[in-house]
Design a protein around this ligand. Structure first.
Ligand code: SF4
Length: 265
């Protein structure tokens, strides 16, 4: 069965490259939550989003080759404009797996814990020594200057509840930069297009989950390897944040609303 689903994805059967992820997700909580809420409240948007997804798949033959690099959805120009426009600030989503993690030595691990939405630096502005080894720290500093929201992503269920469904219901997260494993980049595209989120997706280069089994373990908080970005993708991310920083006034701190850290001051 898994070979068949992988084959359907490779062939873009019926214009979809998410057969494997969708079939495996159908009976899991996040799949039911997303489908039920969006289909019940926004059926027309659901259909429009799937049509937009198929257009992206069919118009971009290089799409599958971008899953382990960076990918702007729906396209580079829209995303560049969306990241600079006035209105709700872009959300920068970083996986909890970017946190330093060493079960044998707490001095080498994130002081806020591992598989959660917490970050001492985002919460209080104080960095521990270990934060120097954490990409979330470098990103958060730039997000203050660029007035971006920051979200430490954990499970697919929380991503749906904290980010995708509020955008589908009230348009509060129209643009995003998300750091994800290549498998998740491929998997999340339909949801982003259904929810109408202009997104720059940047794939981890090391430590990431390679298939659904590993992804599901990480979704349940079981993920020892620390992920990281390849240097050229980190430069691309920082350049996007610096472009926005040049166009807005910096924030002085973050204020937490739910699981999202909002720029304030
Ligand atoms: S910046 Fe520091 S507190 Fe925040 S996630 Fe990284 S290690 Fe943890």
């Amino acid at each position: 069965m898994s070979r068949l689903l992988a084959w359907l994805d490779r062939k873009s059967f019926l214009g979809f490259q998410v057969w494997d992820f969708s079939c495996r997700s159908f009976f899991l909580e996040y799949g039911r939550l997303f489908l039920a809420r969006v289909l019940l409240r926004h059926p027309a948007r659901f259909v429009r989003g799937l049509c937009a997804y198929r257009r992206v798949v069919r118009s971009r033959p290089d799409l599958a080759g971008r899953y382990d690099q960076s990918l702007a959805i729906p396209d580079d120009a829209c995303v560049a404009a969306a990241l600079l426009q006035a209105g709700p600030p872009p959300l920068v989503g970083v996986g909890f797996c970017l946190k330093p993690n060493d079960p044998r030595d707490s001095a080498l691990a994130c002081p806020s814990g591992h598989a959660n939405h917490e970050c001492q630096f985002l919460q209080a502005g104080t960095a521990a020594a270990v934060c120097a080894r954490c990409l979330i720290h470098a990103i958060a500093q730039r997000c203050l200057r660029a007035r971006c929201r920051v979200y430490v992503m954990t499970s697919a269920r929380d991503i749906a509840a904290d980010f995708l469904l509020p955008q589908a219901d009230s348009g509060v997260f129209p643009s995003a930069i998300l750091l994800l494993c290549p498998y998740s980049v491929q998997a999340i595209l339909p949801a982003l297009l259904i929810c109408n989120i202009d997104s720059l997706l940047i794939a981890y280069g090391k430590g990431y989950c390679r298939d659904f089994r590993e992804w599901l373990r990480a979704d349940r908080g079981i993920k020892d390897e620390q992920t990281s970005l390849e240097p050229h993708l980190a430069r691309e991310l920082f350049a996007a944040l610096e472009r926005r920083a040049a166009a807005v006034s910096p924030a002085s701190a973050f204020e937490r609303r739910g699981n999202i850290f909002e720029p304030a001051g």
